[in-house]
Design a protein around this ligand. Structure first.
Ligand code: HEM
Length: 388
């Protein structure tokens, strides 16, 4: 018997033009979306579902539903250890960076705190907190308003509104900035946040039904609270800001019965989690090439949501498309498989509570071009006013 011939390596894959010296790193830091789009275009041209990037490490980006499914379901091969969240201290902790076999039990311990039933209990609390965030009169920036509002609602959901807002703001603000700002260590700031979390948790004792009270009863719960807050804030803010902007342009969709489809369509076009990363724990043969152990393996909810082979008129805002089921493993704004976003229900609750309370809006002017840093969001501002 002859051994199967060894497949070619990453060099056989197409990729966007790289610069001598830093490969794709410079472009990745400055303008990753055009780089991804160019890579996807070249992969499609060659009939492949992978393209290559040089990001200091060998990296591959997969663009097919089959790749998304593989990456999101084979947790033994596609590991979180050594992937992007490790580079951002805000996200480098808790369930986000655990791998099998530790990931599953930690995740199962956390799920009840963020499950649909727990969210039901939080609905009244967040709706009440929203009354403290009135819509400004006249022209206002929907992005800045969404930012304040989501911070206030998260404060209500996690801490019954007791976390000092200036500290919460100081903690979250660097996340929004371009790299390397979010990746810098901030021991003093994190220390102050942790001290406040401990103080609030002590005050709750065995009582309380906000998220902090529930998380504080779990091992590592305070770290989970800090990391999940960071994972929650910009993602939810950007999704809400885009939804408000799109509704201001398409007022016929601004009705509670349409909001779930509006949110889905918003997240298809502008997924705040625009890229997901893993490291390969072993050599892997895929699409006619051998991907080496240690390579970065990426999937992109942004590319998948706009793939012209999977969606009709992918660039258009068409909430009506959600009357049908989306193609499998093509719609991944919350990821998928065992690492599906833990805060999916919380994000949906907050955004839908806000949309239900917002009067009809009119777009005045703005720059909604997506900018991808830790999360994808509009360049802004997004100036709107009440209609009528
Ligand atoms: C619209 C808002 C949100 C979006 C678009 C979003 C997106 C995502 C995505 C794409 C992933 C998977 C990443 C991967 O596969 O590498 C993820 C995971 C995660 N998200 Fe969210 N997220 C949102 C809101 C939230 C909120 C509100 C929380 C608060 C709890 C949260 C906490 C997490 C955590 C802890 C994980 C890691 C889960 C694990 O690895 O088991 N997210 N999110």
């Amino acid at each position: 018997m002859t051994a199967a011939p060894r497949l070619p390596g990453l060099g056989a894959l197409p990729g966007p033009p790289a610069r001598r010296g830093d490969g794709h790193l410079g472009e990745w830091a400055r303008r990753p979306l055009p780089l991804l789009e160019e890579g996807a275009r070249r992969a499609r041209e060659e009939g492949r579902d992978l393209f290559r990037l040089r990001l200091g490490l060998p990296a591959v980006v997969g663009i097919s539903p089959a790749w998304n499914r593989l990456l999101l379901t084979d947790l033994a091969t596609f590991r979180s250890a050594g992937s992007f969240p490790r580079l951002v201290p805000y996200l480098a902790g808790g369930v986000v960076v655990l791998d099998a076999p530790e990931h599953r039990p930690r995740r199962q311990a956390l799920v009840p705190a963020f499950g649909p039933q727990a969210m039901h209990a939080l609905r009244a609390r967040t709706a009440a907190a929203l009354e403290g965030c009135p819509l400004p009169h006249g022209d206002f920036d929907a992005l800045a308003w969404a930012d304040r509002t989501v911070r206030t609602l998260l404060n209500a959901a996690y801490f019954s509104g007791e976390f000092p807002d200036p500290l919460l703001h100081a903690f979250l603000a660097p996340l929004r900035r371009p790299f390397p700002v979010p990746a810098l260590p901030r021991p003093l700031l994190f220390g102050r946040v942790d001290a406040e979390l401990r103080r609030l948790a002590r005050r709750r004792g065995a009582q309380g039904d906000d998220l902090l009270a529930v998380l504080a009863r779990l091992p590592g719960g305070l770290e989970e609270a800090r990391v999940s807050l960071a994972a929650a804030h910009d993602t939810t803010t950007h999704a809400l800001a885009y939804a408000l902007w799109l509704l201001a342009q398409h007022p016929e969709w601004h009705a509670p019965e349409h909001h779930p489809a509006v949110l889905k369509e918003t997240l298809r076009l502008f997924p705040p989690g625009w890229i997901g990363s893993r490291r390969l724990a072993r050599d892997l043969d895929h699409g006619g090439v051998r991907l080496p152990r240690g390579a970065l393996a990426l999937y992109s909810p942004y590319l998948s949501g706009r793939d012209p082979g999977l969606w009709s008129a992918p660039e258009d805002f068409r909430p009506a498309r959600w009357q049908a089921k989306p193609p499998a493993w093509a719609y991944l704004p919350f990821g998928g498989g065992e690492r599906l976003c833990l805060g999916l229900h919380l994000a949906q609750l907050l955004i839908l509570v806000v949309l239900a309370a917002v009067p009809p809006l009119q777009a005045v002017r703005g720059d909604a071009a997506p900018v991808a840093a830790v999360t994808l969001g509009p360049r802004g501002p997004l100036i709107v006013r009440r209609r009528g």
